[in-house]
Design a protein around this ligand. Structure first.
Ligand SMILES: Cc1cc2nc3c(=O)[nH]c(=O)nc-3n(C[C@H](O)[C@H](O)[C@H](O)COP(=O)(O)OP(=O)(O)OC[C@H]3O[C@@H](n4cnc5c(N)ncnc54)[C@H](O)[C@@H]3O)c2cc1C
Length: 411
């Protein structure tokens, strides 16, 4: 490391937490004047946002948790969207959000092949008159414009929060935009897989990281650093085994509706009774997104965490089940086209609570942990990143009281 550098901060992991942290560090008022260098290192050969951060739903909610991070993150999402054209750049918008309960129609008439979007519908419901549909929606408690689920299959709908409390981003677009904005401000990017955080034992502080670069085989490289931010999601314990983090795999699909149909902006947490007896049920989460696509995710499973994000296996049958569940309550999506079938690993704090955010000074000074965001990492990325930037650039976190989330509580 060049001796005139005051800080060299290495961020491990190009998910939403790592990329947003890079943005906040490089945007910090003291960044330019303080002779600080920021490098983000990502293991995937495909670039950043290849894990949960590119494959999540994208909900951003005032009612998410933990509250101390949400209270910083939500207004920061609003500010970032205003400052950088988030509506166009990463699909920022407010959405309706509700829990939907009802019945799924039999789906035997649908193709079950995993091969694409040639699903045809007999479209019998096209003949239904609009007044009948509107009346049914009112009876079921559905908002007037939530017309992409069948009203007569709906037992109940309840809004989950008042207007203005729920928004969304496109997680892949948000994450890649954060990195691009950080790079414009001077962040360096390295393709490589970190194998160890190097510690200067005498000083009890981080000295850098060791990594392998896919470009040159298994050769080990070192990158000196004054600070290391560990933001490797479910893979974080592979670098710091003391971390109580596990990974849960979840599948998702994206679907374009039947041509001519515009999906109104709603996110639905569903409880679908399926044909096949009282035990047959599914609860996919459905997110209408700008660009007129629906994102739907299913339950988690216990598949083992692979070596890297590039090795995550996608089970075509799990994706097909999600599509069929969506199709069972929505004719316009049943007749639509599946664009993406994907899977990713959610980073979960195995002892409960989390995420884990702060300096792991007991292990090494300068080692900052920012991981374990479970199902709210998209929402809580800006608050996490702001806190980490304050910690490194100012010596303490002042935007929130994150005592409950400090590494010392978990390690
Ligand atoms: C199905 C699903 C839906 C979700 N929906 C929402 C939602 O609507 N709203 C919300 O707020 N949250 C949601 N989440 C949660 C959210 O996706 C995660 O909390 C968040 O993406 C975690 O981000 P991360 O940066 O910690 O991890 P990741 O996105 O997993 O990124 C970690 C990165 O680190 C890299 N890495 C790993 N090991 C190394 C190494 N040794 N060296 C270098 N790089 C490494 C990986 O390749 C990866 O790119 C959802 C999650 C799932 C699974």
């Amino acid at each position: 490391m060049s001796s005139d550098l005051q800080r060299h901060i290495v961020i491990v992991g190009g998910g939403i937490i790592g990329c947003t942290t890079a943005y906040y560090l490089c945007s910090h008022p003291a960044f330019a004047a303080s002779n600080t260098k920021v490098t983000l290192i990502e293991a995937s050969v495909r670039g950043v946002a290849q894990g949960a951060s590119g494959k999540a739903g994208g909900l951003v909610a005032k009612w998410a948790y933990p509250k101390e991070l949400v209270d910083v993150s939500f207004p920061e999402h609003v500010r970032l969207a205003e400052a950088h054209g988030g509506a166009q750049r990463w699909g920022w918008r407010f959405v309706g959000c509700g829990s939907w309960e009802g019945r799924g129609e039999p789906t035997q008439d649908m193709h079950t092949d995993a091969g694409g979007g040639d699903h045809t519908s007999l479209e019998k419901t096209h003949g239904l008159d609009d007044d009948w549909g509107a009346r049914k929606r009112r009876e079921a408690g559905l908002p007037d414009d939530l017309d992409w689920v069948r009203a007569d299959l709906t037992d109940g709908y309840s809004p989950m929060a008042p207007a203005g409390a729920t928004a969304q981003v496109h997680p892949y677009q948000f994450t890649t935009s954060m990195l691009a904005l950080a790079q414009e401000r001077g962040c360096a990017f390295v393709h490589g897989r970190v194998t160890a955080v190097d510690v200067d034992a005498a000083a009890a502080r981080v000295a850098g990281v060791t990594y392998t670069a896919s470009a040159d085989g298994a050769a080990a490289h070192t990158l000196p650093a004054t600070h290391v931010v560990l933001a490797a999601g479910a893979w974080s314990p592979r670098i710091l085994p003391a971390l109580p983090i596990t990974g849960t795999r979840a599948h998702s699909v994206t679907i374009r509706p039947r041509p001519g149909v515009a999906l109104s902006p709603y996110v639905l947490f569903t409880e679908i009774r399926l044909p096949g007896g009282p035990a047959a049920a599914a609860s996919p989460e459905l997110y209408a997104r700008p660009g007129n696509e629906l994102y739907a995710c299913g339950p988690g499973d216990s598949s083992a965490l692979p070596e890297t994000v590039d090795d995550v296996a996608v089970d075509a049958a799990a994706c097909e089940r999600i599509r069929a569940h969506v199709a069972s309550i929505s004719p316009v999506l049943r007749a639509g086209t599946v664009d993406r079938r994907q899977a990713c690993f959610l980073p979960v704090v195995s002892v409960g609570g989390g995420p884990i955010v702060g300096e792991a000074a007991k292990l090494a000074k300068g080692l900052v942990v920012a991981t374990g965001h479970t199902c709210w990492g998209i929402c809580n990325a800006p608050g996490t990143a702001k806190a980490v930037a304050e910690l490194i650039m100012e010596g303490k976190i002042s935007c929130a009281n994150l005592k409950r989330l400090q590494p010392a509580v978990f390690l």
